[in-house]
Design a protein. Sequence first.
Length: 306
Amino acid sequence: MASEWPTAITEQAERLCERLQSEIDDFISDHQLPASFRRQVEHYYVPLALWLAGRKEKDKTLVVGICGGQGSGKSTLTDFLQLAWEHLGFGSAGFSLDDIYLTRIERRQLAQQVHPLLETRGVPGTHDVSLGLETISRLCNSDGDTEIAIPHFDKSIDERTPEGLWPRHRGPVDILLFEGWCVGARPWENSPEPINALEREEDSRGVWRNYVNAQLEGPYQQLFAPLDTLVMLKVPDMECVLEWRRLQERKLRARHGNGMSDDEIARFVQHYERITRNLLAEMPSRADCVLELGGDHQIKRARLNN
């Protein structure tokens, strides 16, 4: 293990792990994780929960962004942090950038007006930024009595779930988690030439990628502005992103009976490649906490920048 957790955090983490032994066992079982995952929880998840809790200011919701490539474990980390905070007496809520995708009709209209590639969900420009900002604002200003609907997107049918079926949150929100593959991303400043087959063959004039970058530079910086703290799950490289996405999709096919083939996944991941490579190059130096992953999905090192 390599980490930069303060000594006080490490000591608190040891005590909290002792208190949460049965809860950690249940978490590993419920998420169908191997028993070896306990090490990740003890050395990284619990210290991170304590470190983030220590950054919360009185009478103000701490908004935490979690950025990580596909398959990096964002959802698992989010679930555990909320479990830990519950035992520490903090109210928390969370949602994903994926949950505010535009509907299929909206993306189809965008594809007709700007570029066909925008029909595919994923890149900046294919999310409802206003919905994201509204959700963050409502959760941060929860009075504890109002029931707040949190958006949800069903990837198995590539469509936003009807609002009446969205999960509800009631209660004060001390810490809000906002996770997603490009949460906190900045626009790229160079590399106008195509970097993969998708860009060469389907966006040779750069219309799609220029639109994406303009969205990232404008509306998405507004969406990320409320973030107080940024945590990065740093994947090793694009090759791992592709392989991990394949694993995700195979599980989806096994669970729901539908999903993308490996060839379709390879094309799909190319939509994300340009921004992912830029994230890997520039975000580690500015994220408040960087959790470096190995090719086996396991966190190998924690680094604090602030």
